[in-house]
Design a protein around this ligand. Structure first.
Ligand code: XMP
Length: 310
């Protein structure tokens, strides 16, 4: 595929659809939404309003870092603090689909509806990619960002039209577009990170405390495994507990799983073989997190596993 031409076509298409209206997009700092932001900014300039929603489920320091990276590219991003809304929407939920639904609704109905209302946007630009659509349609998992494909009319339900410029591409294609758009490597080369963020890595209820635990583990895993160049690596907090010993006392503690996989497009994945020393170091650092006394390494490829846990 000629990605330069893809960019030109999409810029023209976005201009044509939005006309002299206002469009809004949510930036998460992941590759997909970052590419959409730059593409749409190129097409619309100040007719585009970009927001970063802090949903309480982000990595350490992420909201401020992302806003700064885009400010450096001359793209203004509004930081919306919606931490309370998301945490209260997730309270008491343990079923994966219920959690995804709660996040979708908190995002579109509450936070976004208000942001759209405030700026009068009639268009929402979205970083949906082909893999999201395929897996949702196949019923494997409902990605939080799929609406039209599962029969929800966003215009009727939420009052705006959704534009999805990347919906014919897979992750490898999005990275090619990122190169054409000259996204900084710190964004373009980032490992994938799901829209529902750390909630996809917490089995069971999502509470502020449990997010803090998986966030701390995520920071360790990302720091230790960046040099592997693997497709994706992550920390997951299990819903079970295990007995351990801390300060000579019995502790019924939490369990973190480390996952490190290779993949081209996230449809299938194999597990990266890591040096024993790296695994030991991960284990040592992760079990220093308060309340965590077990660290496991996931050996399961996709399929039969998915990449995320929720
Ligand atoms: P799974 O877990 O389905 O993940 O094997 C495939 C790829 O997609 C990412 N992922 C998501 N991305 N919203 C997203 O934007 C989601 O709901 C979502 N679920 C999974 C995942 O990180 C992996 O790269």
């Amino acid at each position: 595929m000629d990605y330069q031409q893809f960019v030109e076509e999409q810029v023209a298409e976005i201009k044509r659809e939005v006309g002299d209206g206002i469009a809004i997009n949510a930036l998460s700092g992941g590759v997909d939404s970052s590419v959409v932001t730059v593409l749409a900014h190129r097409a619309l300039n100040n007719q585009l309003k970009t927001v970063f929603v802090d949903n309480a489920l982000m990595r350490e320091g992420e909201p401020q870092w992302v806003v700064q990276v885009f400010a450096d590219m001359g793209i203004p991003v509004d930081l919306l603090d919606a931490r309370r809304q998301f945490l209260s929407a997730l309270k008491g939920l343990t079923d994966p689909e219920d959690k995804r639904n709660a996040i979708t609704n908190a995002f579109y109905k509450d936070v976004f509806a208000e942001a759209v209302g405030n700026c009068g946007a009639k268009f929402l630009l979205h970083g949906t990619i082909l893999t999201d659509i395929e897996e949702t349609v196949a019923g494997i998992k409902r990605q939080h960002n799929i609406l039209a494909q599962i029969g929800i009319d966003p215009e009727q339900s939420y009052g705006y039209k959704v534009i999805e410029p990347l919906k014919t591409l897979r992750k490898d294609g999005v990275r090619e577009v990122a190169k054409v758009l000259r996204l900084p490597e710190e964004i373009a080369g980032r490992i994938p990170f799901p829209g529902p963020a750390l909630a996809t890595r917490i089995v069971g209820e999502v509470t502020e405390q449990r997010v803090a635990t998986v966030r701390a583990a995520t920071a360790i895993v990302e720091a230790e495994l960046a040099k592997t160049g693997a497709f994706q690596y992550m920390a997951v907090l299990l819903g079970d507990r295990a007995t351990g010993i801390r300060d000579d006392k019995r502790e019924f503690g939490q369990i973190i799983v480390v996952r490190c996989i290779d993949s081209i497009d996230a449809r299938t994945a194999t597990v990266r073989e890591l040096p024993w020393k790296t695994l030991q170091r991960l284990c040592q650092r992760i079990t220093e997190i308060p309340g965590v006394n077990r660290c496991l390494f996931d050996l399961t490829p996709k399929p039969p596993a998915t990449i995320e846990y929720v």
